[in-house]
Design a protein around this ligand. Structure first.
Ligand code: GLN
Length: 510
């Protein structure tokens, strides 16, 4: 028994064909059979999920169940669930358990969703392939020699492999949409501020967004509607009321204006993907949509701008992992022993030295890091993986006194220009279309030694994060290599309804 969307589950329960416990069990069975290979789930709460299933079944039977009753959801391992691990796929948090629920988790539970397990990701959400993980890579369930995309690769693969009905991921530069494209599922990056970040481990706070991944546009809309809205615990969350997205989907409007930016269909895009998306656009046009050529001239600076600003924010956010307050701590005895040995060696040298040389060594002794500073350094050295270290170094560099204006301040100005491009475009069109990623899922290991090539995966998704607008990946076809690819719609801030509408039109073409 496999369920590919929530309405199937609801029908099966209502008709009495099955119980919620059976449904949860069928997901657990799928995980048992396939997760060893796919590696999307890093921990599973079998007992808790089955207990919840029974409680919720009672509420379904007596008509008091919430609107997500029957939905089984996986959570990316950087969103806090009380008393569960939240490792961010990092050694530095490998022993960390959350002491509270993220707002999104609370809201899902309040509507009777069942949270089944924690999902793999790139360490601290830095990556595009879910290969930077202490758990090892998440493989693409459609072809396990390929990556699942990232950083929410576990969230996309878990949905594609039917380990859960839907999942939550996070998107800082494309981390929901790109893996959704690689695994053939729907993925939504909401407007910045639409969904509370309370309980989301921070990567780049002015970019980070939590959003849903699901099999259908309806399911994604229902989840977003549940988790969105103001939250006193996150003062960047917007006070705007949340529209009824699912109601809006009942009669999708095909007379929409779709902006087609030339810049997004140029060099570097796989030819088949380009043609596939253009074909879908022609079909939408036949159904009543108007295609409007537009320009987003600053898009070409997106990657560079993002990798300055996001790393700057990351270097500051990740400063909190000092081995004292959170997570992994290096062995203090080792640290003290090393310090003592180095001090003794220096003292010995000092005794034998003379004049200038002696003074130099004395200075060196006085300047030696204390055991506390050494403990911080050793904990961080042991705790962070290479990509995270690279980002911390990049971010620290662009924020350093001598380079701040040249990099950080300048990138902020370019961010504003990118935002301005979108504001002007949305005066003319309802949504903007683009590919989600330049290629289908690549081979495991293919981009591991080439960070810039890896960064280029986000070329089409990153601008939405820079501008704070919303975006969605909707599956658009299967490539001749057998893998799925998606197309992206972007809409202005707080216009998720327009995204869902456009995506639903594509979904209905199938
Ligand atoms: N791939 C991008 C990065 O590595 C985006 C990650 C994300 O959205 N979390 O920064």
């Amino acid at each position: 028994m496999s369920f590919t969307n929530f309405s199937q589950i609801q029908q099966a329960i209502q008709s009495g064909d099955t119980t919620l416990s059976n449904i949860v069990q069928s997901y657990i069975d799928n995980i048992e059979q396939q997760n060893e290979e796919v590696n999307a789930v890093v921990s599973i709460d079998e007992k808790g999920a089955l207990e919840r299933a029974q409680q919720i079944q009672e509420r379904i039977d007596n008509g008091t169940a919430g609107k997500l009753a029957g939905m089984v959801i996986g959570i990316k391992d950087l969103i806090c669930e009380k008393d569960k691990q939240a490792t961010c796929a990092s050694n530095i948090l490998s022993n960390f358990e959350s002491v509270y629920d993220a707002t999104v988790v609370e809201r899902l539970r309040d509507e009777d969703a069942i949270l089944l397990g924690r999902l793999n990701m790139d360490e601290f959400a830095m990556g595009s392939s879910t290969e930077n993980s202490i758990y090892g890579p998440t493989k693409n369930p459609i072809d396990t020699s390929k990556v699942s995309g990232g950083s929410s690769g576990g969230s996309a693969a878990a949905v594609a492999a039917d380990f859960c009905t839907a999942s939550l991921g996070s998107d800082t530069g494309g981390s929901i949409r790109q893996p959704a494209s690689f695994c053939g599922v729907v993925g939504v990056k909401p407007t910045y501020g639409r969904v509370s970040r309370h309980g989301l481990v921070a990567f780049a706070s002015s970019f980070d967004c939590i959003g849903p991944l699901a099999h259908s546009v309806d399911d994604a809309a229902l989840i977003l509607e549940t988790i969105a809205g103001p939250d006193p615990n996150d003062n960047t969350s917007s006070s705007r009321t949340v529209p009824d997205y699912t109601e809006g989907l009942k009669n999708p409007d095909s007379n929409i204006k779709i902006g087609v930016p030339e810049e997004y269909f140029g060099e570097g895009l796989d030819e088949e993907i380009r043609k596939g998306i253009k074909d879908k656009l022609s079909e939408l046009e036949e159904a009543g949509a108007e295609l409007v050529p537009i320009h987003l001239p600053h898009m070409k600076y997106g990657i560079a701008t993002y990798y300055i600003l996001a790393t700057a924010e990351a270097s500051s956010n990740l400063a909190r992992y000092d081995g004292i307050r959170y997570g992994h701590r290096a062995d203090i005895k080792d640290v003290e022993q090393d310090l003592k040995a180095e001090q003794e060696a220096l003292e010995k040298q000092i005794k034998q030295a003379k004049g200038e040389e002696k003074q130099k060594l004395v200075d060196e002794l006085n300047d030696m890091d204390s055991s506390l500073i050494r403990l911080y350094k050793k904990s961080r050295t042991e705790g962070f993986g290479p990509e995270v270290k690279r980002r911390i170094m990049l971010g620290t560099y662009v924020l350093s006194a001598g380079y701040y204006d040249a990099y950080y301040a300048k990138a902020q100005k370019v961010r504003r220009l990118i935002k301005q491009d979108f504001t002007e475009a949305f005066e003319e069109v309802d949504v903007i279309v683009s590919p989600t990623a330049p290629t289908t899922a690549f081979d495991l290991g293919a981009n591991q030694d080439n960070p810039v090539q890896m960064y280029l995966n986000d070329i089409y998704t990153i601008s939405a994060n820079l501008a704070g607008i919303c975006g969605i990946n909707i599956p658009a076809g299967t490539h001749s290599d057998g893998l799925p690819y998606g197309m992206q719609f972007m809409a202005d801030t707080f216009e998720e309804g327009k995204l869902f509408n456009a995506a639903k039109l594509v979904e209905q073409l199938d």
